[in-house]
Design a protein. Structure first.
Length: 86
């Protein structure tokens, strides 16, 4: 998974940037054509972060702990988070 994020993601970003530069031609037009993808990306990231924050608040209100089943399976039976051990 890290490979895809690091290598493939970087190459896709480079290809998109190169396409914008080729399409625009001049520095002034690069600013014009490059601004829209930047704003759209920023808005998309904001929406994802907002949704993650809302889900986090919902989980806190419900007292849910994500991944507790996997932790208990690794630690062993009889372990409790209420004991103060983390």
């Amino acid at each position: 998974a890290k490979f895809w994020i690091d290598v493939v993601g970087a190459r896709i970003a480079k290809a998109i940037g190169s396409t914008i530069n080729t399409y625009a031609g001049t520095a002034e037009r690069i600013v014009q054509y490059g601004s829209l993808p930047s704003v759209v990306t920023a808005l998309g990231l904001w929406v994802v972060c907002y949704a993650a924050g809302m889900k986090f608040d919902e989980l806190l209100e419900n007292g849910e702990i994500i991944g507790i089943e996997e932790d208990e399976a690794q630690i062993g039976p009889g372990f409790s988070y209420e004991d103060g051990d983390v």
